[in-house]
Every structure is written in C-alpha cells, then in structure tokens.
Write a protein that binds this ligand. Structure first.
Ligand code: FPP
Length: 241
C-alpha cells in the first residue's frame, strides 16, 4: 500500500489508514502533573520516566518502527541547575536500569542533538547503549538530548560549508542528526500546548501533528492508541492531490 520515505519530504503514505512508521513525541506536562499533586517537579519527571517505559513497550505493538522522544532541549539548560541535574540523573538511571530489557526486546538506541554539552558520563552511557544495541531491529528509540532544530540546522550548514558542497535539500538532510532516519510521520505533543518548540522543524515538513490534553505522566497505552487511530483518519497528500 505504501512506499516508505527515504528522506524528509518524500511521500510515505498516499492516504491515511496505515500505521505511522516514525512517531516523535514532545513529552510535556511533567511539572504540571506534579503541581496538581502538591509534589516537587522531580516527582513529575519520575512519573514521566514511567510513561517513557510504557510508551517504548507499546510502540512496536502499534506498528511503529522509530520512536523519537524529546527528552532534553537545547533550551532546557535555562532551568534551575537542580532540575537539570535531576533530569540528567533520571536519564542515566533509565539507561542503566533498562538497557538489558531494551536490548532483550530488540530496541536499538540512538540519540540526536549536540553531544558537546552533555557530561562525559552521560555521553559514555549513551555511546555504550548505542553500540550495544546497534544490531537490534524491532524498534529504534531515538533520544533527543541537548537537541534544538535551529542548532541542528546550523551545525548541518557549518558542515556543508566545511565540505564545500552546494546547499541542496539533500545535502542539508545528509548532514542533519537524523540523516539516516525516516522523517516523522506523526508528532504528538502532550499537555495541551500547541507548538513545536524547536523540535524536528525541518523533518516535520509533512508530519501530522496531534496535540493531546494528557499530561505526559498520564500518557498511557489507551492515549497512544487514540493518537495512532486519529493519525489513521488523516489524509496525507504531501503537496499533491
Ligand atoms: C517537559 O515537562 C518534560 C521535560 C522537559 C523532560 C522530559 C523528561 C522525561 C520524561 C524524563 C527523562 C527522559 C527519559 C528518556 C528517561 P515540563 O517539565 O516542561 O512540564 P511543565 O510544562 O508542566 O512544567
């Protein structure tokens, strides 16, 4: 029924109905989830990790091949140092405690974003996880860390200039962090906010966008299934008729 996209902007699905190959999620609302319960923000992020676990487990059942999670943006460094440390700590603990199961379940780990500002121990953990799971094929889990689209595009253009290459769409795409990934078919943002916040802006050219009111820690299998069903009802034309 469908030709799979080789690169951003290439038609993936002539009409709706099929499962999205690549789903990307802006996990928003951890802080509000905690506030509603008179808990510190870290409690919301901890509950957010549980939602990450559930979502990664559910994705292959929904026919998804690539799942990208916006875990830490290049702007999130503006948060108080304690919260930044908490988020990095949660990421480390997630990778340390889940890596065996992720590997057993055929999950391949990748990350996008500028690794330069990540601490050496986070980078080591990420690189080890990427190397260990490189042969897995059930689901590619892409963690966006110190990621911002504008920064990604600027880095790609700098490489282009250094390579002395003509700035075509293909040449830019080949230098994005997502170069060897299909473009997202569906971007979900939780918590009722309706913006991309510097996430996959180039790659989102033809993505369907779904905004749900669920706060990220409340995002469960049923919410995920509803989003995928809504995607199935969308008609994708990629600029054609
Ligand atoms: C947005 O909620 C969420 C984040 C900035 C971080 C997302 C991180 C996690 C879910 C945990 C670590 C990730 C992994 C992959 C293990 P917010 O704090 O902006 O919420 P608010 O808008 O309600 O304040």
């Amino acid at each position: 029924m469908t030709a799979q996209p080789a690169r951003t902007g290439a038609p993936a699905v002539a009409g709706g109905g099929g499962a999205p190959r690549h789903v990307a999620i802006i996990m928003d609302g951890n802080g509000r989830w905690a506030k509603k319960r008179f808990l510190p923000r870290i409690a919301g992020h901890r509950a957010g990790v549980e939602a990450v676990r559930r979502t990664v487990e559910t994705a292959p059942d929904l026919g998804i091949e690539v799942l990208t999670l916006y875990a830490f943006s290049s702007e999130n460094w503006k948060r108080p140092a304690d919260e930044v440390n908490d988020l990095m700590g949660l990421l480390k603990r997630y990778l340390q405690s889940e890596i065996d199961e992720l590997d057993r379940n055929g999950v391949r780990i990748r990350y996008i974003g500028d690794p330069e500002r990540l601490s050496a121990d986070v980078r080591l953990l990420l690189d080890t996880s990427v190397a260990r799971t490189a042969g897995n094929g059930k689901l590619t889990l892409v963690l966006a860390l110190n990621y911002g689209s504008q920064d990604e595009i600027a880095r790609a253009v700098r490489r282009l200039v250094a390579d002395g290459v003509e700035p075509t769409i293909e040449a830019i795409e080949a230098r994005l962090d997502t170069a060897d990934l299909p473009p997202p078919d569906l971007i979900i943002r939780t918590s009722g906010e309706q913006r991309l916040s510097n996430f996959l802006m180039w790659q989102a050219a033809y993505a369907e966008l779904i905004f749900t009111d669920d706060l990220w820690p409340d995002f469960d299998r049923a919410a995920f299934e509803r989003a995928i069903a809504e995607y199935g009802r969308r008609e994708r034309r990629f600029g054609g008729l």
